[in-house]
Design a protein around this ligand. Structure first.
Ligand code: CA
Length: 229
């Protein structure tokens, strides 16, 4: 982490895809390791910053593997699936992925997602602890921790980022465009749908549906009385 090279673990069984991606990403200064199967991925999660996970692997269902990774690490996960497999992508997000890409995707698009991850890593330095409290929900922006009624709630990286942006506005409206730019790095229809999924999942996970209010046609804001410490 920190200022070093972004380390990407490419989990991809297609040699042609891997063979094209690895030099392109290496040229951009990323450090790439590749596995052609799901076996061994769990041993490597702590060595990398981003996992690029093909959902169609020969030895394990990608969604299952995604869930297994998320159970042991908060590493950024971008799932990749073939065009049209919408259910797989939604399942991937529900399994804790931060984002998804549809094959065939552009290297520039992938880089934008990885860049967004890199930006987010430097977002809240540990020297500036900020905790936002609304009712019995507390969002610790520096520790990336969310407590509801004193109990920690496990969120994916992207879910946390969305919540942090809405909470950080402290009751002011946070526009969809702002969230999409900050968290996804790109404002397209796929990202917009992904944001909807993330907000729905957040409301479910937090068990406080009124916490994130939808401001129709504009964005989101925190519901309830905001306290800051
Ligand atoms: Ca595959």
């Amino acid at each position: 982490m920190g200022g070093g090279r972004v380390r990407v673990l490419l989990v991809e069984d297609d040699d042609r895809v891997a063979g094209a991606l690895i030099p392109a990403l290496t040229r951009r200064g990323l450090a790439i390791a590749r596995l052609a199967t799901g076996a061994g991925v769990l041993d490597r999660v702590h060595e990398v910053d981003v996992i690029l996970l093909d959902l169609g692997l020969p030895d394990i269902d990608g969604v299952t593997l995604c869930r297994q990774i998320r159970a042991v690490s908060d590493v950024a996960i971008i799932v990749v699936s073939a065009r049209g497999e919408v259910d797989d992508r939604i399942q991937g997000l529900r399994a804790g992925a931060d984002d998804y890409l549809v094959k065939p995707y552009d290297v520039e698009e992938l880089l934008a997602r990885v860049e967004a991850v890199r930006r987010r890593r430097g977002e809240h330095p540990a020297s500036e602890p900020v905790v936002i409290r609304v009712g019995d929900v507390s969002v610790d922006l520096s520790r990336h921790e969310v407590l509801v009624g004193g109990k920690a709630v496990a969120l994916s990286r992207k879910e946390f980022q969305v919540l942090a942006l809405v909470a950080g506005a402290r009751g002011a409206v946070c526009s969809r465009e702002h969230v999409l730019t900050e968290v996804w790095g790109h404002r397209g229809p796929a990202e917009s749908r992904s944001l909807d999924v993330h907000v729905a999942t957040l409301r479910t996970k937090l068990g406080r549906p009124a916490l994130i209010e939808t401001v129709r046609g504009v964005g989101y804001r925190l519901g309830g009385q905001v306290a800051r410490s």
